[in-house]
Design a protein around this ligand. Structure first.
Ligand SMILES: NC(=O)C1=CN([C@@H]2O[C@H](COP(=O)(O)OP(=O)(O)OC[C@H]3O[C@@H](n4cnc5c(N)ncnc54)[C@H](O)[C@@H]3O)[C@@H](O)[C@H]2O)C=CC1
Ligand SMILES: O=C(O)C(=O)Cc1ccc(O)cc1
Length: 329
C-alpha cells in the first residue's frame, strides 16, 4: 500500500513487530487521527474485539479484517454500533511463516481476495475495501460469508489438514529413509510448517464445513485402502479424479493455467553461478514461471529446476546447452 502512495499507519500489541515492519518499509509507527480504512490483521480470536475498538475509536473509518473464517465473526460484528462501516475480507495469499519478516510487497499480486460484503454494509465501505485489494494487485471476489467459509474448507483448510497428516507420518522414519525425500514431499507438506495456534483457531472457527469435507476424504481414503493392490481400475479412478482436480485450480487472475515443464540444470555450488544461470535464462527470452534449488547429497552441485511454459522448454534447454550448461527437460 505504501508503494501505491497510500499513507499507512501501523499498530500492534508487540512494539518490536511495528519496528520491524517500519524498518521493512511498510509504513509509519506514528498514530493516526482519522484513517479512511482500518485493516485488522490479528489472530482470528482477537478480530471481533479489535474491529469493535476500531469502529468506536474512528467513527468515520471503514473497518475491514483479513481473518481466514468469516460467517460467525460477521454475525458477531453485525451487533456492534457502526457495523455498517465494517466489511469482512480475506486475501488468499500468505505462507507458512508468520510475523513481519514473512511479508513482502508482491505478496498479494494476482491473488484472489474475498470481500464478504453483506446486506447492511454501506456501499462506500465495500468500495474502499475492494480498492485496497486492487491497490495491492489482488483480484477482489465478492461473496457472502457462508459461501466463503464453505469454499475455504475445500481450497485451504482441508488441504492444510492433509499436509499436516502427511508430514506427521514422517515421525519415526529412520534417517536413511528420510534422506530419500524429494521435492514432491516438500510440495505436499510446506504448509504443515504453519503457526499451530493460528490453525487451531482457523479450523475451530470453520469446524462444521471442514468436518463435512473431511468425512468425504475419509470415504476416498477407504476407496484407496480397499483398491490398492487388488483393483487397479478402481484405484485408477481415484488417481484420475486427482489428476483432473489439479486442472480445476485457476492460475493467477483466474486465467487457465498454461501447462508447465521443468528444465533441470546442474549448477556448481559456488558464488555467482546462480546469477550467471539466471542471466543466460533471461537472454534466451524464456520466462521463468517458478524456480527451486535442490542440493545433491554429498556433491557440491545444486540441481536447479526452472518451471517454464511447456512449449518453451526445448528452446531454454537449447539456449542453456549452447552456453555450456548441462540442462535437460
Ligand atoms: N498466515 C497467512 O498466510 C494468512 C493469514 N490470514 C489471517 O491473517 C490474520 C493474521 O495472521 P498472520 O498475519 O499469519 O499472523 P501474524 O502472527 O504474522 O500477525 C498477527 C499480528 O497481530 C498481533 N496481535 C495479536 N493480538 C493483537 C491485538 N489484540 N491487538 C493488536 N495486535 C495484535 C501480533 O503481535 C502479530 O504481529 C489471521 O486472522 C489469519 O487468519 C489471512 C490470510 C493468510
Ligand atoms: O501458504 C499458503 O500457500 C497459503 O495458502 C497461506 C494461507 C493461509 C491462511 C489463509 O487464510 C490463506 C492463505
Amino acid at each position: 500500500l505504501t508503494e501505491a502512495g497510500v499513507e499507512v499507519h501501523l499498530d500492534d500489541i508487540l512494539e518490536s513487530n511495528v519496528e520491524l515492519a517500519v524498518a521493512r518499509g511498510a509504513g509509519t509507527a506514528d498514530p493516526v487521527d482519522a484513517p479512511a480504512v482500518v485493516v485488522v490483521a490479528v489472530p482470528p480470536t482477537e478480530v471481533a474485539a479489535c474491529v469493535a475498538l476500531a469502529l468506536e475509536t474512528w467513527p468515520d473509518a471503514t473497518v475491514t479484517d483479513v481473518a481466514s473464517v468469516k460467517a460467525t465473526l460477521q454475525n458477531k460484528i453485525a451487533a456492534l454500533p457502526g457495523n455498517e462501516r465494517y466489511v469482512g475480507s480475506h486475501p488468499m495469499a500468505g505462507s507458512e511463516r508468520s510475523g513481519p519478516m514473512a511479508a513482502y510487497a508482491r505478496l498479494f499480486e494476482g491473488r484472489p481476495w474475498a470481500v464478504t460484503s453483506r446486506a447492511g454494509a454501506d456501499a462506500a465501505s465495500i468500495a474502499r475495501v475492494v480498492e485496497i485489494a486492487e491497490l495491492v494487485g489482488a483480484v477482489p471476489l465478492e461473496m457472502d460469508a457462508e459461501a466463503h467459509d464453505r469454499a475455504v474448507a475445500v481450497v485451504s483448510h482441508v488441504p492444510h489438514v492433509l499436509a499436516v497428516l502427511t508430514a506427521a507420518r514422517l515421525h519415526g522414519a529412520p534417517q536413511d529413509h528420510l534422506a530419500l525425500s524429494g521435492p514432491g514431499l516438500r510440495d505436499v507438506t510446506r504448509i504443515a510448517g504453519s503457526d499451530i495456534a493460528l490453525w487451531q483457531e482457523i479450523l475451530g472457527a470453520n469446524a462444521t464445513e471442514v468436518r463435512a469435507v473431511l468425512e468425504q476424504v475419509r470415504g476416498d481414503l477407504d476407496r484407496v485402502i480397499d483398491s490398492i493392490g487388488t483393483d487397479t481400475d478402481r484405484l485408477g479412478d481415484v488417481l484420475q479424479s486427482g489428476q483432473d482436480g489439479t486442472k480445476l485450480i485457476p492460475g493467477k487472475h483466474g486465467e487457465e493455467v498454461a501447462a508447465l515443464a521443468t528444465v533441470f540444470v546442474s549448477v556448481p555450488d559456488e558464488p555467482g553461478e546462480l546469477s550467471r544461470l539466471m542471466a543466460h535464462t533471461g537472454e534466451s527470452g524464456v520466462n521463468i514461471e517458478d524456480i527451486r534449488i535442490d542440493h545433491e547429497l554429498g556433491r557440491r552441485v545444486g540441481q536447479v529446476e526452472i518451471a517454464v511454459v511447456a512449449a518453451q522448454a526445448a528452446r531454454l534447454v537449447e539456449a542453456l546447452t549452447a552456453r555450456g550448461w548441462s540442462a535437460y527437460s
